[in-house]
Design a protein. Structure first.
Ligand code: GLP
Length: 260
């Protein structure tokens, strides 16, 4: 059995005199082991069965303690591979004045970027897509939906829509949408971004490995070519615990007033 397991059981033995319900004692033992750094971010928790057998408590009790810690964001569960101590988030500071791609933003910070595909294909456009991208109902929209991951931590879910005439093969973009658009001379030069608060629903929270209901950011980016044509309509959900968006503000002098 792992060191992590031994640490938890040692803590559990010490607290077993406290008279509190068993699942609370177990929850506290695991939480203490995490807080004291005895088990670190990304470490696997022993299996439910191992904990139950070694601590001589029921699996239902173990499950209840573990579920509480998952809800609190201390542990994360990955389907098929078990329960782990949640990764510690280093917040990403993101400027709101540069039109950069996710790949460029993360690479600049020295973070390893990858994406998991959620969807890519050509579809009949939704009314929103028709309006924003200027498509007619007989045209197709290319959709590219990805879970964006930096240093193995999922940071955002991005759902981009572009005209199929610009992106006829959404499966062929490789790892960066903007790099693919650059190759065909379609990289945007200007964008309008709208950021609003959102509580994460079950599905998004599961993908982002955070408890459902926690705060996130809904970000909508509409980007343009130099000609003024809309090229990209992207709706994203970012982890609220991972991002700080930073904008530089300047005092408007008398000569500037009324311009914006
Ligand atoms: C950012 C933007 C998206 C854009 C994406 C492109 O994350 N919020 O609107 O689609 O960058 O990133 P990449 O070129 O890495 O695919």
């Amino acid at each position: 059995m792992s060191d992590a397991a031994d640490q938890i059981f040692a803590a559990l033995k010490q607290s077993s005199q406290s008279g509190a319900p068993l699942y609370l004692q177990l929850r506290k033992s695991i939480e203490d082991a995490v807080n004291r750094g005895l088990i670190g971010p990304g470490d696997a928790l022993p299996s439910e069965r191992d904990i139950a057998t070694k601590a001589d408590i029921s699996r239902v009790t173990v499950r209840k303690a573990v579920q509480d810690l998952v809800k609190g964001g201390i542990l994360v569960q990955r389907h098929g591979s078990g329960t782990f101590v949640a990764p510690r988030m280093e917040r990403v500071e993101q400027s709101l004045s540069r039109l950069t791609s996710f790949t460029e933003d993360m690479a600049r910070r020295g973070m390893a970027v990858r994406s998991a595909w959620l969807d890519r294909g050509l579809y009949a456009p939704s009314p929103d897509e028709m309006m924003v991208l200027g498509l007619s109902s007989s045209e197709l929209v290319a959709r590219v939906a990805r879970l964006r991951i930096a240093n193995d931590t999922p940071l955002a879910i991005e759902r981009a829509s572009l005209s199929a005439s610009v992106l006829p093969d959404p499966a062929g973009i490789g790892s960066s949408l903007y790099a693919a658009l650059e190759l065909t001379g379609n990289r945007p030069v200007r964008a309008v971004q709208r950021i609003s608060a959102a509580n994460l629903g079950e599905g998004d929270a599961r993908l982002l490995e955070v408890p459902p209901g926690i705060a996130g950011l809904h970000i909508e980016r509409i980007s343009y070519l130099a000609s003024g044509k809309v090229i990209e309509f992207t709706r994203s959900i970012y982890r609220g615990d991972a991002y700080d968006f930073v904008a530089e503000l300047r005092l408007t002098g008398p000569s500037e007033e009324g311009r914006s």
